[in-house]
Write a protein of this length. Structure first.
Length: 346
């Protein structure tokens, strides 16, 4: 799957170029990029394509010519030019779209040095930000990270004005309201002198039937630090009956499995298991109607004092563990914490 390979390469290059400070691309990565159908990636996932070339076009001068040639090739190359690499069934129609099973909301970069106004302006137009929860998570992690690192330029003094701007942003970008489930979560923002709550109920649908979303909880609860779970072989099991599946006689529960994808970087991404053999001897079975691109994963953190929080995984950018470890030091994980998926129906 071209998109899955591109996402993995982008993650690896982010770690090398931004986190480790290297200015060289491994020969193996160059070879893969030279031989991948990046034109297909550009057509099927522009966000992933932009992330990749945002990295490549920031390379030193000696690599710019190669990066520009790669970009030119991706613009002009026709999908038919790579037909020998595409299965015959996929060549039969130009409308066939390759399925990428990587969970796409994980580990995006966020410039922590932006002012609040610049952050909101960026969220209002960025193709990376695809729903209201991502925007709220961005404001939250930006504010909290600045507080923990003792930066004084990222505090929020007017919660009411912030609420209005987020509401207007959602309307202009045609984002759906969140399901009422999210009303239980406090979003604590530091104002410079104290903590104030952004009430999520104002961003939630009043009627559950009107929401295009469904929240799915992982069967397994977690007590390990997230930086440990997301840097080793892990399997997350979810029970979920997709409404398009009206009759099912298969053994076990309807649902799906998310698995960590081994990587050289600190935090591993997650992949939706779609093959039958991946569900052998498991308590759930999979239906093809379930799609990874409809999933937004977050961590429901229950503190030792039984308070509910969202741990936003979206903006841990650079696949570095420092941000996740800072958060973990401030809030210990209680026994009922678990991963959850915000699933959007088409």
């Amino acid at each position: 799957d071209v998109n899955c390979v591109v996402q993995t390469l982008t993650n690896q290059l982010t770690e090398l170029l931004k986190v480790q400070g290297s200015n060289k691309i491994p020969v193996s990565c160059e070879y893969l990029l030279d031989n991948l159908n990046l034109h297909f990636c550009r057509k099927s996932d522009t966000v992933m394509f932009d992330q990749l070339f945002g990295l490549l076009l920031g390379l030193p001068d000696e690599n710019i010519r190669w990066a520009c040639e790669l970009f030119r090739k991706s613009i002009k190359e026709r999908e038919g030019g790579m037909a020998q690499h595409i299965p015959e069934a996929e060549q039969s129609t130009s409308t066939t779209v390759s399925r990428c099973n990587t969970i796409q909301n994980l580990y995006h970069d966020l410039d922590m040095n932006m002012t609040l106004d610049k952050l909101l302006d960026w969220l209002a137009v960025s193709e990376t930000v695809t729903n209201l929860l991502m925007a709220i998570e961005a404001v939250w992690i930006w504010n909290s990270y600045s507080f923990y690192n003792k930066k004084g330029n990222s505090f929020i003094t007017n919660i009411s004005l912030l609420s209005v701007k987020l509401t207007n942003m959602a309307e202009k970008r045609n984002w759906s309201l969140l399901p009422s489930y999210f009303s239980q979560y406090p979003v604590s923002l530091y104002s410079g002198s104290n903590w104030r709550n952004l009430t999520l109920s104002q961003f939630c649908s009043s009627l559950e039937d009107n929401s295009p979303y469904h929240v799915i909880g992982c069967v397994n609860t977690c007590t390990k630090p997230l930086s440990t779970i997301l840097s080793e072989e892990s399997k997350l099991i979810f029970h979920f009956e997709h409404p398009s599946v009206t009759a099912c006689n298969l053994p076990g529960e309807c649902g799906f499995i998310l698995k960590t994808v081994p990587s050289e970087v600190t935090l591993w991404t997650l992949r939706l298991c779609t093959e039958n053999e991946e569900y052998n001897n498991e308590q759930v079975h999979f239906h093809d109607e379930i799609r990874a691109e409809n999933m937004h994963i977050f961590f429901h953190q229950v503190s030792i004092h039984n308070m509910n929080f969202i741990f936003p995984l979206t903006w841990l950018g650079g696949l570095s563990a420092d941000r996740i470890q800072i958060w973990e030091k401030k809030r210990s994980i209680g026994p009922n914490s678990r991963f959850r998926v915000l699933y959007k129906f088409n």
